[in-house]
Design a protein around this ligand. Structure first.
Ligand SMILES: [Zn+2]
Ligand SMILES: [Zn+2]
Length: 117
């Protein structure tokens, strides 16, 4: 049975626009979450989109089919160590947080994220 997708807020590190990322959980014992698409929050919500609140744990990464940030085309994402939120990320060794403006080197894997509220 397919696990329902999870929705997590992501800010664009370049434009600071608020986006929603949709994650799918890959089948398997260890939770692996893939970012499949990111869209502007103003778009019409999927049914049940706001119902999922909580913490996701596991391994996180962009899906092979992920088309990138709709704002700046960045192909991945990072979790800010300061505010704990997700921002899009180009994959370089450096990131800029779209939420709090913090910037710095990327040095760890994401282990948990909070879902959209
Ligand atoms: Zn972006
Ligand atoms: Zn931040």
């Amino acid at each position: 049975m397919e696990h329902p997708p999870a929705y997590v807020k992501i800010a664009c590190g370049t434009t600071r626009r608020l986006l929603i990322g949709r994650f799918r959980r890959l089948p398997g014992e260890q939770p692996v979450w893939e970012l499949t698409t990111t869209f502007a929050q103003s778009r019409q919500a999927d049914p049940g989109e706001s119902a999922s609140i909580g913490e996701l744990t596991g391994t996180f990464g962009p899906a092979a089919t992920y088309e990138g940030c709709p704002q700046c085309s960045a192909r991945s994402f990072v979790k800010c160590g300061k505010c704990q939120r997700l921002s899009c990320w180009t994959g370089a060794g450096w990131f800029s947080c779209g939420w709090c403006g913090d910037a710095g080197p990327v040095n760890d894997r994401i282990r948990s994220v909070s879902q959209a509220d």
